[in-house]
Design a binder for this molecule. Structure first.
Ligand code: PHE
Length: 339
C-alpha cells in the first residue's frame, strides 16, 4: 500500500463511520479497522516493507488516520447513545430528591401577601439601599434623631444607607401615585444590632399603607384595627386577640404598638410571652400630615394608616421558634421539622 492508497482507505473508513447508524455497525467498523486483525494494525505491521526514505511520511499518515478514525468512532458512539439512550443502565438505583420545604420567613411573607390580597392590597417593592430622604426625612424623622446615628444605622457616605425599616416604601409609593393607595411591602431591613436570640442586624419587615381621598373615605384607627385583627385571625387562628398600645413613631399620629394575644398560653401567661399574655408584632398608626406634605399630597384632602410587621416575630410565634438565629443557619434538620 502506498501513501495514495492509504489516504483513500482513510477517507473510506471515515465515511463508513459517518453512515453507520447502529451500535452493531459501529462495533463492526471498530473490529474491521482497529481489531487485532484489523486493517490499521496490519498496515503498521507491514511498515517494514515500505522503502526506508518513505517510511517517516507513511508512518505519520497511518498514525493520523488511526487518530482521526478513533476520534470519529468515539464521537459517533457518544452521540448515538445520547440519542438512543442505549447505554442507560436500568438496573442502577435511581436518584432520590427529597421535596424541598419553604423557609418559614418566605411562608409568612407569602401568607401575608395572600391575606392582604383578599383585602385589595397589592405587593410593592423598594430597594434595600436607600437615601436619607426616603428612610428618614420624608418620614418626619428630625435631623438629630438617634436612629440616624452611625451606631444605629449602616451608612455609606452622607446620603446612602441600608434601610432601617420598610417604611421608605410608603414614600416611594405615594410619590409615584395618587390615592387610593393600598399596598404591602415585604423586605429586608438592617440595623446595627448585636445578634442575640431575638435580634439580628438583618431582619425582615412587612410594611402596609392605605391612603384614600377625603371626604369620600375618611380612614380611621378603627379601620386599621379591623384590618389587623382580620390579618391576625387569618395568620394565627380564630382565637387570637389584637391589642393596641399607645406609642410614638415620627411618621404616624396617633401611633400604636400592636400586640397579638399569645397563641401558646392563650393569654394566661407563659415563657413565650414572658408571662404577659401578649406578644408585640407591629408598629402602626395614622399617617402623619407632615408625611403627606413631604410627598406632595394635600394633608387636608387625604387620610390613611400605615403599619409595619416584623416577619421574624410572626414566624417565631407562629412556628414556636425560640431563637431568631435558627432562621438564618440553614440547618436542614430545623427546616424539616417545620415541613
Ligand atoms: N417602621 C416602624 C419600625 O420599624 C414600624 C411602623 C411602620 C410604625 C408603619 C408605624 C407605621 O419600627
Amino acid at each position: 500500500m502506498d501513501l495514495c492508497e492509504l489516504e483513500k482507505s482513510s477517507e473510506i473508513s471515515l465515511q463508513e463511520v459517518a453512515s453507520a447508524d447502529t451500535a452493531q455497525a459501529l462495533e463492526a467498523l471498530r473490529v474491521k479497522y482497529l481489531g487485532r486483525n484489523g486493517l490499521i494494525p496490519a498496515i503498521i505491521k507491514s511498515m517494514k516493507d515500505v522503502p526506508k526514505e518513505e517510511r517517516p511520511a507513511f508512518g505519520k499518515a497511518v498514525q493520523a488516520w488511526k487518530a482521526s478514525f478513533e476520534e470519529a468512532l468515539q464521537a459517533k458512539i457518544a452521540s448515538s447513545t445520547k440519542e438512543n439512550h442505549v447505554e442507560c443502565d436500568l438496573t442502577q438505583p435511581g436518584m432520590w430528591y427529597e421535596p424541598g420545604i419553604k423557609h418559614p420567613l418566605s411562608r409568612v411573607i407569602e401568607e401575608t401577601a395572600e391575606i392582604f390580597g383578599k383585602l385589595g392590597f397589592t405587593v410593592a417593592d423598594g430597594p434595600e439601599l436607600e437615601n436619607k430622604f426616603n428612610n428618614f426625612t420624608a418620614l418626619n424623622t428630625p435631623p438629630h434623631h438617634p436612629s440616624m446615628d452611625r451606631s444605629d444605622t449602616f451608612w455609606f457616605g452622607d446620603d446612602c444607607l441600608l434601610r432601617t425599616q420598610t417604611s421608605p416604601v410608603q414614600i416611594r409609593a405615594m410619590m409615584s401615585a395618587k390615592p387610593p393607595i393600598r399596598i404591602i411591602c415585604p423586605g429586608r431591613t438592617y440595623r446595627r444590632d448585636t445578634t442575640d436570640a431575638t435580634h439580628s442586624a438583618n431582619f425582615h419587615q412587612i410594611e402596609g399603607l392605605y391612603v384614600d381621598n377625603l371626604p369620600k373615605k375618611p380612614v380611621s384607627l378603627a379601620d386599621l384595627k379591623s384590618v389587623l385583627a382580620y390579618f391576625a385571625r387569618e395568620m394565627m387562628g380564630d382565637s387570637v386577640k389584637v391589642r393596641f398600645r399607645p406609642h410614638f413613631f415620627p411618621f404616624t399620629e396617633p401611633s400604636v404598638e400592636v400586640d397579638f394575644s399569645c397563641h401558646v398560653c392563650k393569654g394566661s401567661g407563659c415563657r413565650v410571652c414572658k408571662d404577659s399574655g401578649w406578644i408585640e408584632v407591629a408598629g402602626a398608626g395614622m399617617v402623619d400630615p407632615r408625611v403627606f406634605k413631604h410627598v406632595g399630597y394635600d394633608p387636608s384632602a387625604v387620610s390613611g394608616y400605615a403599619f409595619g410587621f416584623g416577619v421574624e416575630r410572626i414566624a417565631m410565634i407562629k412556628y414556636g421558634i425560640p431563637d431568631i438565629r435558627w432562621l438564618y443557619e440553614n440547618d436542614i434538620r430545623f427546616l424539616r421539622q417545620l415541613g
